[in-house]
Design a protein around this ligand. Structure first.
Ligand code: 5GP
Ligand code: ZN
Length: 117
C-alpha cells in the first residue's frame, strides 16, 4: 500500500520520532503549525474514524495514552495543548491514515488552529 504514514511506521522513510510502542508511533509534523506539532498514528493502517469498529476501537485508547506521553515528553502536559483529527474530505484530511495532531508550546493556542500555507 502506498501510504506515507505506514512507511514511517515501518521505518522505511525517516521521521522525527517522539514516542513509540507496539501499537502506535508519534513523530513531529514535517510542516509544524505551532512550536510543538506532533502526530500520533496507529501502526495498523486505518483511514480515519470511519474505519473504527468494536473489534479495533481499543486503538483509540492507545492513541490517547500516547498523546499524554508526548505531552509530557514535549513539556506541554501541565500548560495545555490542543488535539485535533481531520476526518475526511470536508475536514481537508490530507493523509489517509488515521492521525491525531497535538498542538502546543505557545502561551495561548487561540480559539482555533489555522493552517498556514
Ligand atoms: P491532515 O491534513 O491529513 O490532518 O494532516 C496531515 C499532516 O501530515 C500535515 O500536517 C502534514 O504536514 C503532515 N505530513 C505529511 N507528510 C508528512 C511526512 O512525510 N512526514 C511528516 N513528519 N509529516 C507529514
Ligand atoms: Zn497507512
Amino acid at each position: 500500500m502506498d501510504c506515507i504514514f505506514c512507511k514511517i511506521a515501518a521505518g522505511d522513510i525517516p521521521a522525527s520520532k517522539v514516542f513509540e510502542n507496539e501499537e502506535v508511533i508519534a513523530f513531529d509534523d514535517i510542516n509544524p503549525q505551532t512550536p510543538v506539532h506532533t502526530l500520533v498514528i496507529p501502526k495498523k493502517h486505518l483511514v480515519n474514524i470511519n474505519d473504527l469498529n468494536k473489534e479495533n476501537s481499543n486503538i483509540m485508547a492507545h492513541i490517547f495514552l500516547a498523546v499524554k506521553e508526548v505531552a509530557a515528553i514535549k513539556g506541554i502536559k501541565e500548560k495545555g495543548y490542543r488535539i485535533l483529527i481531520n476526518n475526511g474530505e470536508a475536514a481537508h484530511q490530507e493523509v489517509g491514515h488515521l492521525h491525531v495532531h497535538i498542538f502546543g508550546g505557545r502561551e495561548s493556542l487561540g480559539p482555533m488552529i489555522k493552517k498556514s500555507k
